[in-house]
Ligand binder design. Structure first.
Ligand code: BGC
Length: 445
C-alpha cells in the first residue's frame, strides 16, 4: 500500500495538444492555423523557428501510443486540429484529417487507454482569422459545426470531451499580442473572449444533441492570486488579476453571469463586450465536469508588481523557486479545487487536466529530471489530500507526454516526461516517465 493511495478508477494520464506535437502542418489537406501563420512571421516565436514539425506525432502515432502504454496511463488528453478537419474552418471536410484522429482513437482504445479530447487548444483556422477570428460573431456558428463534426466522427468511441482549453489564451493573442494571432486591442479582445464562451455553450449543446454517451466540460487554468500583505492595494490587485485570469470565465460558466465587479471595471474601461439575449444562458449550459489546469499560484503586491507574473524572482514575492524561475507551490492544486467548491458551489467531478514543469536553464542531464519528479509528487500529494478532505477529483493529467513546441517559446521550454531530440525527433524516456509509470502501477506514491 502506497503512502498516498488513490481511489480505484482515478485516472492517471498525460496531456498534449495538436499544434504542439503533430507537425505535418501542411500535409494531407490540412489548412493553416493562426499558429502556423504566427510562427512564420519574423520576430514572433523563439529563434524564429515555427512549429511546422511539432514533435512529428502525425507520423508516429503507433510509436506514441506504445509510449503511453509503456508508461501505463489510463487516459490520454489531446486536442483536435480544427483546420486539419476543416481546412477553411467551415465547409468541406478533410477526410484524411478525420481518419488520422480515428486511427489514433482506435489505437488508444486497443491499448486500454481512454481518449480525452479537447476541441480547441488555441489553433484557430487561419481562414477564420482572415474573417476576424474570435472577434467576428460568426465564429460561434463555425465552432458549433466543427463540434458537431467531431461528435459525429468520434462520439461513438470518445467518452470525455472538453470544448476549450484555457480561453485566456485568446486574451494573450488578441490583447497582449504575445500569442497568435498577435493582435493588441483590449476592447475587441474582450468581445473575442465572450464569443469563445458562447462557442463553448454551443459545443455543450451540440454534444447533448448528438445523443452520445459521455461527459463534456471545459478547461480553465487557475493561477490564484495571494496578496503579499493585507493592504487594500494588494487585495485590490489580487481581485483584479483573478477577475482577468479566471473569474471572467468561471463566473458566467458556473454562475450564469459576469460579476458586478467585472462589469463595473470593464464598463469604466469601455471594454465590456456586447452580450446578446440568450448568450449567458448558453454559456452556463450545465457541464459534466470541470477541468482545471494548475501549475502554481501568484503572490501579488502593489509595491513590486510583476507584469511577468508567471515567473517569480527574488524581488517579487513568492518563495521557493524551481530552476525555471516559477514558484513551487503544490498546495495551489488543493486551493483551486476548494475554490471551485466553496466560491462557485461546484459539486461535480473535477479533473486536473494539466500540471507539470519545464526544465530550468541549467539542467545538465535532461534525462535525469529529479526536479520534475519532485514537482509532480508534491502536486499529487495535495490532490490526494483534497480527495481525503471530500473533493471529487477524478483524475490527473501530467503536462506533458513529451517535450514539444511550447508556443511562442518554441522548443526552448521542455515539459516532457519523454525527451524529444528536435533534430531526429527521437523519443527517449526520462527518469520522470519511469517514476510516473511506477506511481500508476501502484496507484499512488
Ligand atoms: C497550456 C499548454 C502549455 C502549458 C505549459 C498550458 O497553459 O495549455 O499548451 O504548453 O501550459 O506552458
Amino acid at each position: 500500500m502506497a503512502k498516498f493511495q488513490f481511489p480505484a478508477g482515478f485516472d492517471f494520464g498525460v496531456a498534449t495538444s495538436a499544434f504542439q506535437i503533430e507537425g505535418a502542418w501542411n500535409e494531407d489537406g490540412k489548412g493553416p492555423s493562426i499558429w502556423d501563420t504566427f510562427g512564420h512571421t519574423p520576430g514572433k516565436v523563439h529563434l524564429d523557428i515555427p512549429g511546422d514539425r511539432g514533435a512529428d506525432h502525425y507520423h508516429r502515432v503507433k510509436e506514441d501510443v506504445a509510449l503511453l502504454r509503456q508508461i501505463g496511463v489510463t487516459s490520454y488528453r489531446f486536442s483536435l486540429s480544427w483546420s486539419r478537419l476543416l481546412p477553411a474552418g467551415r465547409g468541406p471536410v478533410n477526410q484524411a484529417g478525420v481518419d488520422f484522429y480515428s486511427q489514433l482513437i482506435d489505437e488508444l482504445l486497443a491499448a486500454g487507454i481512454q481518449p480525452n479530447v479537447t476541441l480547441y487548444h488555441w489553433d484557430l483556422p487561419q481562414a477564420l482569422e482572415d474573417q476576424g477570428g474570435w472577434i467576428n460573431r460568426d465564429v460561434v456558428g463555425a465552432f458549433a459545426d466543427y463540434a458537431e463534426l467531431a461528435f459525429q466522427s468520434y462520439g461513438d468511441r470518445v467518452r470525455r470531451w472538453a470544448t476549450l482549453n484555457e480561453p485566456i489564451s485568446i486574451w494573450v493573442g488578441y490583447a497582449m499580442g504575445v500569442f497568435a494571432p498577435g493582435r493588441s486591442d483590449e476592447k475587441t479582445a474582450r468581445q473575442a473572449l465572450h464569443h469563445a464562451l458562447v462557442s463553448h455553450g454551443m459545443g455543450v449543446e451540440a454534444f447533448r444533441a448528438s445523443g452520445h454517451a459521455g461527459e463534456i466540460g471545459a478547461v480553465f487554468d487557475i493561477w490564484q492570486r495571494h496578496p503579499a500583505t493585507d493592504k487594500p492595494e494588494d487585495l485590490a490587485i489580487a481581485d483584479r488579476d483573478e477577475d482577468d485570469g479566471f473569474r471572467f470565465f468561471l463566473d458566467p460558466v458556473l454562475k450564469g453571469d459576469y460579476s458586478e465587479r467585472i462589469r463595473r471595471r470593464l464598463t469604466e474601461r469601455g471594454t465590456m463586450p456586447e452580450i446578446r439575449d440568450g448568450d449567458l444562458k448558453l454559456i452556463s449550459t450545465p457541464i459534466d465536469y470541470l477541468g482545471l489546469n494548475v501549475y502554481s499560484r501568484v503572490v501579488v503586491s502593489a509595491e513590486h508588481y510583476n507584469p511577468r507574473w508567471w515567473v517569480a524572482d527574488d524581488k517579487h514575492p513568492g518563495g521557493n523557486f524551481l530552476d525555471n524561475g516559477m514558484e513551487y507551490y503544490p498546495k495551489a492544486v488543493y486551493d483551486a479545487v476548494f475554490m471551485a467548491k466553496e466560491q462557485y458551489g461546484w459539486q461535480g467531478p473535477i479533473f486536473i487536466t494539466e500540471n507539470g514543469a519545464a526544465d530550468g536553464p541549467n539542467v545538465t542531464d535532461p534525462l535525469d529530471d529529479q526536479e520534475r519528479i519532485n514537482y509532480v509528487a508534491g502536486f499529487l500529494e495535495w490532490i490526494h489530500k483534497a480527495i481525503e478532505d471530500g473533493a471529487d477529483v477524478r483524475g490527473y493529467y501530467l503536462w506533458s507526454l513529451m517535450d514539444n513546441y511550447e508556443w511562442a517559446a518554441g522548443y526552448s521550454q521542455k515539459f516532457g516526461i519523454v525527451h524529444l531530440d528536435t533534430e531526429t525527433m527521437a523519443r527517449t524516456t526520462k527518469a520522470s516517465a519511469k517514476w510516473y509509470a511506477e506511481v500508476i502501477r501502484r496507484r499512488g506514491l
